[in-house]
Ligand binder design. Structure first.
Ligand code: ZN
Length: 320
């Protein structure tokens, strides 16, 4: 295999109430809303993209939030923790900030040289804030509800829970990641140069129940491909090695292929281009409901079906 992803592109999860979801990720975690659109496979549901100032690959957490979504169950065959990267000196600030927002956190844990603060989002999705000892050079969104010095720098890693390690580990090796460390039943794999945004932890829990993907759980984990040409050749390699891969899908802001790792988690490989400024100016990201050309004819019907969102002025100065 010549596949070499350089890191995480985005994580997509299923949420409950869209307003509560937006309030938590924009106001409490201080991310930027970089796109308001719908689930292209289910246009009656929002697809909200949160990230840094421009929504760079590796900064993105996205949700399909719906009041009607039944609750999921955390377990094997899922990404059970989504971790964001924060500055080392900021972990204590975050513990206090989250407590002030009524979020119960665990104690700050030390793992493999990193400080880890774990909590659940309002729908029960497990989130961790992790401070890497070498820091994180990425610029944060500095116009949100969190001071820039403490702000989230982007994704840190995801943790996949599996009953059996070998086949999942092989899949990540096939995607170009290398095994870099082990802490008890947690195996870390790194893409490219590793570090925040380029890591996956495989947590081997043979006795855990199987997860159920619904509200409060991760739907899929996307990895970066530099461009469409590379994605085409990586797809061919995966097909040749017997992986059941979708065709290349146009997600408007990137092109995507999807397949499952043997432990059950849905993975995606998404292109870095064209990005979120393709259909609205950078300064106005997230402000208006954007639809892909093939859904524009149904705009009126789609808008009527979606609940109205009250978004913070940082994201939508004309709405608050
Ligand atoms: Zn995706």
């Amino acid at each position: 295999m010549s596949i070499k992803t350089t890191g995480l592109h985005h994580v997509t999860a299923i949420g409950g109430d869209p307003q509560r979801n937006a309030d938590f990720y924009l106001r409490t975690l201080g991310l930027r809303l970089v796109k308001t659109t719908v689930n292209f496979d289910d246009p009656g549901t929002y697809h909200l993209y949160y990230g840094d100032a421009s929504g760079k690959p590796g900064s993105l957490m996205t949700f399909f939030p719906s009041r009607d979504a039944p609750s999921g169950r955390r377990g094997n065959g899922q990404a059970t923790t989504t971790a964001f990267s924060v500055p080392a000196a900021s972990i204590g600030w975050w513990r206090d900030h989250l407590a002030g927002a009524g979020i119960t956190t665990g104690r700050i844990a030390s793992r493999d040289g990193e400080d880890v603060l774990t909590f659940d989002d309002p729908d029960g999705l497990q989130i961790a804030l992790v401070a890497h000892p070498q820091g994180d050079p990425r610029d944060p969104w500095d116009n949100g509800h969190v001071p820039a010095e403490h702000a989230i720098r982007g994704l840190h890693s995801v943790t996949l829970s599996v009953a059996e390690e070998e086949a999942t580990a092989d899949m990540f090796r096939d995607l170009g990641l290398t095994f870099t460390s082990q802490d008890s039943n947690r195996l870390r794999f790194s893409a490219g140069d590793g570090g925040p945004g380029a890591m996956v932890d495989v947590l081997v829990t043979p006795d855990a129940p199987r997860g159920l993907v619904a509200a409060g759980t991760v739907h899929h984990v996307a990895w970066r491909a530099p461009d469409e040409e590379t994605q085409v050749s990586w797809r061919a390699e995966l097909v040749d090695s017997g992986v059941n891969v979708t065709s290349i899908l146009d997600r408007q802001y990137f092109r995507s292929i999807y397949f499952r790792e043997p432990g059950g988690t849905l993975l995606e490989v998404a292109t870095d281009q064209p990005g979120f400024a393709i259909d609205e100016p950078l300064l106005e990201l997230g402000r208006a409901l954007k639809l892909p050309p093939w859904l524009e004819p149904d705009r009126e019907q789609i808008e009527q079906a979606l609940p109205k969102l009250n978004l913070p002025s940082e994201n939508n100065p004309d709405r608050e």
